[in-house]
Design a protein around this ligand. Structure first.
Ligand code: HEM
Length: 281
């Protein structure tokens, strides 16, 4: 297996997956688990992804002029669906937050995206850097609805004291990421979805500032951070660029069901169907 370019093939597939081919995300995600020590069967699986890629290179998603209802979405919550590991919670939460917030935020983000992208068909990664409002929305979503509200359980190596509480070694500990994100000592109106607070904010999201740690902190912090942000930002930017979003007829902002399911991740208990109008059709 030494001569097989396993890692570089996965890396090329990941590039395609983030930019134009989200449909291979699950397969690539599984194949990437074996980067450090791939076997023959893993390489065979990768070759199947390449074959699939070749066979579908001329296919693309088509949106017709009818009334489009979006009721399925994707991100990186592989833990939420025990049967087939379909991934849902991140975009659900984005939808919840955005639809509950004043419409001005949505309009502002759309104006920013449409202004920056011009006449192109899709928003790509290069455009994202100019989109401060979009980034603020994503960041505020991770504060208010962290995908892993209690992070990942960890075991302490030694006795330690935190805020006067003695924690013995070998204890299983959880970090309350959800609680930190809503701590009134650090956040004004902590329960409100206010992306404006993230514009020009110096609070770090990668583990330096503990009031915002959706990806954990320290040596065992989430290594998927950059991939997740690229996928979520590019995905949301394209949804806002091409579609206008409304609440379903008769539903008001306060009717949106924000109940979540219990578990490692925090997916919505009930779907949020949103009518979408393709503005470029
Ligand atoms: C919305 C998406 C995601 C969120 C919110 C998230 C969040 C987290 C959190 C909170 C941890 C625990 C960090 C800690 O204990 O300090 C973690 C660990 C981890 N994440 Fe993610 N993650 C996401 C997606 C991903 C993706 C896409 C990958 C892989 C490409 C990934 C790979 C990992 C790995 C391997 C660990 C364990 C790291 C270790 O124990 O050393 N994550 N993640």
């Amino acid at each position: 297996m030494k001569k097989i370019p396993y890692a570089s093939t996965i890396s090329s597939l990941m590039y395609a997956m983030v930019c134009t081919r989200p449909n291979i995300a699950h397969a690539v995600g599984i194949a990437s688990r074996y980067l450090s020590n791939p076997g023959k069967e893993h390489w065979n699986a990768v070759k199947w992804i390449l074959r699939y890629f070749k066979g579908t290179s001329r296919l693309c998603l088509c949106f017709d002029n009818g009334k489009t209802m979006l009721d399925g979405y994707t991100d990186a919550d592989m833990a939420g669906d025990l049967d087939n590991r379909k991934s849902t919670s991140g975009y659900d939460n984005l939808g919840n937050g955005l639809m509950k917030s004043p419409k001005a935020i949505l309009k502002k983000a759309q104006a920013e995206i449409r202004g920056a992208v011009g006449n192109k068909d899709i928003v790509n990664e290069d455009d994202i850097q100019k989109l401060s409002c979009l980034k603020a929305i994503v960041r505020e979503t991770f504060r208010l609805y962290p995908s892993a509200p209690l992070s990942v359980p960890r075991q302490t190596l030694a006795n330690c004291i935190i805020n006067g509480h003695e924690i013995q070694s070998n204890s299983i500990v959880y970090t309350n990421v959800w609680g930190n994100g809503r701590d009134p000592e650090y956040w004004e109106n902590p329960n409100e979805f206010l992306p404006e607070r993230c514009l020009n904010s110096s609070v770090d999201m990668k583990g330096k500032d503990f009031q915002l740690i959706p990806f954990g902190a320290g040596r065992r912090g989430c290594p998927g951070y950059s991939l997740v942000l690229a996928m979520v930002e590019v995905g949301l930017a394209n949804l806002l660029y091409s579609f206008d979003w409304e609440l379903p007829f008769g539903i008001k902002k306060d009717d949106i069901d924000t109940q979540v399911l219990l578990g490692l991740t925090m997916p919505n208990k009930n779907d949020l169907p949103l009518p979408a109008k393709n503005v470029y059709a």
